[in-house]
Design a protein around this ligand. Structure first.
Ligand SMILES: *Cc1c(COP(=O)(O)O)cnc(C)c1O
Length: 466
């Protein structure tokens, strides 16, 4: 048979529409969409025959079955839950921070009911959505005023546009960072209408470099936290405590993009230099900004703190309307920030903080439990408790490794690559990493109530392979 004859043998649409299987399908799914799926399947069969990829013509039942698969895929959300076995706590690709139960409750509440989002309950008149997080942010950081926008990239943009449009922004060459996802300080600055005035060299910048660049056109002195990398060796940075007096002397505002935004110091960070927001602010900065969903462990947001006059100017900027956070963000952020009023509670209730502080003995026990389960239930899999290093991630604390425990898995009847691929293809995908031909799952980012489920997933991908 040649291609043409095969093509002719493909069941006709009319015949399919009369078939019992099709009728069953459209009893369950919307007919229009089902027909689209059917056309897509028939088209792909035709293509496969034309290109010589296949020479077998599917039956009606097979076509309908494939159309159903396509339909199910079209009708299921693409955004799925996954199990994070990478040990990277603030994993940007996996959605950064998980929220505290209190924040989840607040989000559900705001989603299901009307709220006083922009309504002043005391006066019975229009209020501002920007007021909700202000009180708690001021209390936590000592800031004069606060403004929450969509994310920190938006915050940087808004700050530059409000304070330095058409003016020069002095910043160290060593701080012209790219954060990832195409966020580069020089590009954002250009779009904001500010003019980049880089000073110093990649590894060394001094106070005199900043001072020498100040002129009539200067609108802002800026510092950016080099979140995701470190320059080591012969280096010098201009500290906030040097920048602030310089700004005062020349009447130029100072701004620090702090990146992650640590709100109080953690024990494990004795050697780290992640900026502490309240401490930096107390040095006299005019404006500081950071992300809500990195170390704070809150929803995605850009948090701007600083002098009231500058924050007020930002609120008046029409850009703010385009960057405003929605009610779900405000609800989740405010309730997360409220937890910070009691630090011990925050460390337990906010998943990002809880994972960072989780005791390694607890993680070892989780790994031991899992290894035991896997060994009994999956004889074709070698499993061992493994010492690992977790990372905070999200460009936070690039130097800090947190000792952790995980399980190392190695299947006997398939390659570790195909094992990893299958785990990623599960209904609830399991994401880990391969190192030296072993699949690793770090227990620090895996919840206790996910363990059973994890073992089941592992068992199921091995069974399919046998
Ligand atoms: C992460 C980061 C940003 C971007 O923040 P988003 O909340 O992801 O928009 C900006 N600046 C620095 C220094 C960062 O670390």
């Amino acid at each position: 048979m040649n291609n043409k004859e095969f093509l002719r043998k493909i069941p006709k649409v009319d015949g399919i529409l009369e078939h019992r299987d099709w009728k069953e399908l459209v009893a369950e799914y919307p007919e229009g969409l089902a027909k689209d799926a059917l056309r897509a399947i028939i088209e792909s069969v035709r293509l496969a025959i034309k290109t010589g990829e296949t020479t077998s013509v599917p039956s009606i039942s097979e076509i309908v079955r494939d159309a159903k698969k396509t339909l199910i895929e079209w009708m299921s959300p693409r955004l799925k839950r996954v199990v994070n076995g990478t040990g990277v706590i603030v994993h940007t690709n996996l959605g950064r921070s998980l929220l505290a139960d209190e924040a989840i409750g607040a989000i559900v509440n705001a989603a299901s009911h009307y709220t006083n989002l922009e309504y002043d309950l005391e006066k019975g008149v229009r209020g501002s959505r920007y007021d909700h997080c202000t009180a708690v942010l001021k209390r936590l950081t000592g800031a004069e005023s606060a403004l929450v926008v969509n994310n920190n990239a938006g915050a940087v943009f808004l700050i530059l546009n409000t304070l330095a449009e058409g003016k020069e922004v002095v910043i160290s060459r060593g701080e012209l960072v790219e954060i990832g996802g195409s966020f580069r300080i020089p590009d954002v600055m250009k779009k904001s209408g500010a003019v980049l005035r880089e000073v110093g060299t990649t590894n060394r910048t001094h106070k005199e470099d900043y001072e020498g660049a100040i002129n009539q056109e200067t609108g802002l002195l800026m510092k950016a936290h080099t979140s995701n990398y470190k320059i080591k060796g012969f280096t010098h940075d201009v500290m906030v405590e040097e920048l602030v007096p310089l700004g005062r002397q020349y009447g130029v505002p100072t701004y620090f993009d702090a990146g992650s935004g640590l709100l109080f110091p953690f024990q494990l960070m004795t050697v780290c230099d992640e900026p502490l927001v309240p401490t930096e602010l107390a040095k006299g900065l005019d404006v500081i900004s950071f992300s809500g969903d990195k170390l704070p462990g809150a929803p995605q947001a850009g948090i701007i703190l600083g002098r009231k006059s500058f924050i007020d100017a930002m609120k008046k900027n029409p850009l703010t309307r385009a960057l405003r956070p929605d009610k779900l963000t405000i609800a989740g952020l405010e309730s997360t920030l409220l937890l910070y009023l009691d630090r011990e509670r925050a460390k337990k209730a906010i998943p990002t903080l809880r994972m960072i502080h989780e005791d390694t003995n607890v993680l070892r026990r989780k790994a031991q439990w899992m290894v035991k389960q896997v060994r009994t239930r999956c004889p074709s899999l070698a499993a061992d408790v493994t010492r690992l290093d977790s990372e905070v991630g999200g460009g936070s604390l690039p130097d800090v490794v947190i000792p952790s425990f995980g399980v190392g898995l190695k299947p006997r009847d398939m390659t570790v690559q195909s094992f990893e691929t299958r785990l990623r293809g599960l209904e609830v995908p399991i994401v880990g990493r391969i190192e030296k031909d072993v699949f690793l799952l770090d227990m620090r980012t895996i919840r206790k109530d996910e363990l059973d489920f994890l073992v089941q997933g592992i068992e199921s991908v091995l069974q399919d392979g046998e």
